[in-house]
Ligand binder design. Structure first.
Ligand code: AMP
Length: 283
């Protein structure tokens, strides 16, 4: 596996690969890699000749009171895991490589829809940070295809909107959520859960599945379903940030006329804020 930290060196390397007619698939990450990330790399391998994975804990997508400093950084283990799954290029820039003038004065990219809801409502500026870094990384890596996990469903939609609006010639693919044996969506932040919380963590998925069943009842009241879900989570020790049932293309609150729904939830369990979601099709 080739490892680059310099954006310009990676950029020229990719230009050469492209001259040889190679296609490029890209998996951006913040590291502390788990099976969810590696499943994205596996999918990327099926989509192009060359797979590039980046590891960069992006400061501009963390709020002032969030966990940027304590975010797990495990580059050595990550490198081994990527080698084992056959990733070909790893990009590990520093803050200075990405934001040489300082992140405060750096130009940014903003998507003007989808970003004010769900995680965007509770994490102001988060998606501006995400779209800015993804844009920078896209310009360095010049991928034909990029893979994003549906665990971060809103992020996946926002990136799709950015690529469409800015006419970027990149295909965005959404990958299914990889889960722990108890159903918890894998996340770099799960390591912050205490032993007891690890056991409780399965309830997030269970409550989402229960809500799905309730939504399938034609007589359902969507608000009732949400309220009940919040109560169940609170009783199990979660501090709910949001539990929403939305139309899954627009993220607008679902009405009884919508068929393509997304149940999306974010809740703290002890230290970490966990997120999860489920696509629901009603007929
Ligand atoms: P992160 O390192 O958290 O920024 O995530 C990097 C990429 O991996 C994003 O596209 C995430 O959506 C994706 N990802 C993270 N966790 C999972 C998971 N459990 N299943 C599938 N994709 C995931």
């Amino acid at each position: 596996m080739k490892i680059f930290s310099s954006p310009t060196e990676l950029q020229s390397h990719i230009v050469n690969l492209k001259k040889q007619g190679k296609s490029v698939a890209f998996v951006p990450t913040m590291g502390n890699l788990h099976q969810g990330h590696l499943s994205l790399v596996e999918l990327a391998k099926q989509k192009a000749d060359i797979v590039v994975c980046s590891i960069f804990v992006n400061p501009t997508q963390f709020g002032p009171n969030e966990d940027f400093d304590s975010y797990p950084r495990t580059l050595e283990q990550d490198t081994k895991k990527l080698e084992q799954v056959g990733n070909q290029i790893l990009f590990t820039p520093t803050n200075n490589d990405i934001y040489p003038q300082g992140k405060e004065v750096h130009s940014s990219v903003e998507v003007n829809r989808l970003t004010d809801k769900l995680c965007g409502a509770s994490r102001p500026g988060h998606f501006r940070g995400v779209t800015t870094i993804v844009n920078i990384l896209f310009n360095i890596v010049q991928p034909d295809v990029a893979i994003f996990g549906k665990k971060d469903y809103q992020q996946y939609l926002v990136i799709r909107a950015m690529v469409k609006d800015l006419m970027m010639p990149i295909k965005i693919i959404g990958a299914e959520i990889a889960r722990e044996p108890n159903g918890l969506a894998m996340s770099s932040r799960n390591g912050f859960l205490a032993e007891q919380e690890k056991k409780q963590s399965s309830y997030l998925r269970e409550v989402i599945l229960l809500s799905q069943k309730q939504l399938e009842d034609p007589k359902k009241d969507i608000n009732e379903v949400k309220l009940q879900a919040c109560k169940l989570l609170q009783n199990k020790g979660f501090k709910v940030d949001y539990f929403e049932i939305v139309e899954r293309n627009t993220l607008e609150l679902a009405t009884s006329n919508d068929n393509e729904l997304l149940i999306a939830a974010a809740a703290w369990l002890g230290k970490p804020r966990l997120i999860d979601n489920l696509e629901v099709n009603l007929n």
